[in-house]
Design a protein around this ligand. Structure first.
Ligand code: XMP
Length: 493
């Protein structure tokens, strides 16, 4: 036979491949308090996260709102690619501008000195700001006016010019101010906003106390060197133009988005993209050690998952796939030798699955269904039989392929009749991403506590699995009871 087999029957002497429910973490002696376990990890050559979690590049999971929320809480959102390149650039821009220290000039509400106090007050109210820099026609900063300055004039002289009401001893900041300096400056002078000026005292932006406090609230956030939130972007396996546009727009990681990346053309194209962009390039999806070996020489990360996803039908439609725990372990065997981070993508239903994925060798995990029901996911809440849901569909479903991205499955978007590898579904509405992420990460930290590891690298070293029988699986879920109050981190399948 052409393969290494002497007969067809020999093919049936197969290796066993396992998934989440087949294994459990073996409890070990521990002195680790779960809350103190660090979940910091590396997802690609140059990107580290405090939370090892990514939201899936799916059109019912990650657009800019999700990406902003994920990055603020220490993880990473990966924008889907069922959108035009222009839209993608706008979405990247929205994430990058979300927590900007300096509000750029185009977005600063300004008033001019000749304007009446009444007019200035109306403008500030309309724009929802409590104060505004006063600038002349050259853009020079003459003063600053706030609601407090305006109030007495509204009583007695609402047509007084702004120049009479404004504070003209303005404290300004240089363009390279950092958050600490800005905070100290505002604290010392008891002011809420500081105009940022260039060498000629021309206004270039504004720093507000509100903005600084918001950044402080997210002290675990994933930020780039410039302090902007990080964002991942999915690009098609052959989309060099999209990859270059995403790179130019400031994407931190490009994810080559393919259902079967162990394909020579895909690998060549990914290699070419990597050679032409500055951002890190993660290649996926793969599920075997041979596939890992084919990409580790250039990839900044690899993503694992052939058919484990909740909305996937790849395995039943194509007959191909790899149970996820074994897929992760096989890929990690090779990737870890080359110090290439591994992302486990798909099939994670509970925090226990997430931490098992890390134990099997992953550095981070990617989730779709877990986050699709949150407020930050695209799409509206729908009510069915009195319960709230949000739409969740596979990127290989007919609906998603019709709106682009069929090449993830090597299908042409113009095909009249798709052969889908995913379904269109709904998932229970879950509220904020923050509370979902809190449950997910809290459960993972508890798993680290059971194994006695206070960091992800130590956990990967220490964790051992036991094999679970069907009876053992049943024992692990609530049994012989009727659940009366749903837990925030468990719902029966
Ligand atoms: P979960 O289980 O988290 O999985 O919902 C999300 C991951 O599933 C992959 N994905 C698909 N796989 N057909 C597939 O075989 C599809 O239509 C499909 N859509 C998404 C993807 O890797 C995602 O991150």
């Amino acid at each position: 036979m052409a393969n290494d087999f002497d007969s067809f029957s020999e093919k049936l002497r197969v290796e066993e491949a396992l998934t989440f429910d087949d294994v459990l973490l073996r409890p070990k002696e521990s002195s680790v308090e779960p809350d103190e376990a660090s979940t910091a990890t590396r997802v690609s050559t140059s990107v580290e996260l405090t939370v090892p979690v990514l939201s899936a590049a799916m059109d019912t999971v990650t657009e800019s709102n999700m990406a902003i929320a994920m990055a603020r809480h220490g993880g990473l959102g990966v924008l889907h690619r069922n959108m035009s390149i222009d839209q993608m650039v706008e979405e990247i821009d929205r994430v990058k501008r979300a927590d900007e220290l300096i509000i750029p000039l185009e977005e600063v509400v300004t008033v001019d000195p000749e304007m009446s106090v009444r007019e200035a007050d109306s403008r500030m109210e309309r724009e929802g700001v409590g104060g505004a820099p006063v600038i002349n026609t050259n853009g020079e900063v003459l003063g600053i006016i706030s609601s407090t300055d305006v109030r007495p004039h509204l009583e007695v002289g609402e047509s007084d010019p702004v120049s009479e009401a404004m504070t003209d001893e303005v404290i300004t900041a240089p363009q390279d101010i950092d958050p600490r300096e800005a905070f100290d400056m505002m604290y010392e002078h008891k002011i809420e906003r500081v105009p940022v000026v260039d060498e000629e005292n021309l206004l270039v932006g504004l720093v507000t106390m509100q903005g600084i406090l918001q950044r402080r609230e997210f002290d675990e956030a994933a930020r780039d060197e410039g302090g902007h939130l990080r964002v991942g972007v999915a690009v098609g396996p052959f989309e060099l133009d999209r990859a270059q546009a995403a790179d130019d727009a400031g994407a931190d990681i490009l994810f080559i988005d393919c259902a079967h990346a162990h394909n020579r053309n895909v690998i060549e194209s990914a290699r070419d993209i990597k050679s032409k962009v500055g951002a890190d390039v993660v290649v996926g999806n793969i599920g075997t050690r041979e596939a890992a070996a084919a990409v580790v020489d250039f990839a900044d990360g690899v993503k694992v998952g052939i058919g484990p996803g909740s909305i996937c039908t790849t395995r039943v439609v194509t007959g191909a796939g790899m149970p996820q725990i074994s897929a992760i372990a096989q890929v990690a065997d090779v990737a870890s030798q080359h110090k290439v981070p591994v992302i486990a993508d798909g099939g994670i239903r509970y925090s226990g699955d997430a931490i098992k994925a890390i134990a099997a060798g992953a550095d981070a995990i990617m989730l779709g269904s877990y986050f699709a029901g949150t407020d930050e996911a695209p799409g509206r809440v729908i009510i069915m039989n009195g319960k709230k849901y949000k739409q969740y569909r596979g990127m290989g479903s007919v609906g998603a392929m019709k709106s682009g991205g069929g090449d993830r499955y090597f299908k042409d978007d113009t095909d009249e009749e798709f052969v889908p590898e995913g379904v269109e579904a709904a998932t229970p509405y879950k509220g904020t991403l923050e509370s979902e992420l809190h449950q997910l990460v809290g459960g993972m930290q508890s798993g680290m506590g059971y194994v006695g590891a206070d960091s992800i690298p130590e956990f990967k070293e220490r964790a051992e699995f036991v094999r679970v029988s069907p009876a053992g699986q049943q024992e692990g879920h609530p049994h012989d009871v009727v659940i009366t109050d749903e837990a925030p981190n468990y719902s029966p399948e």
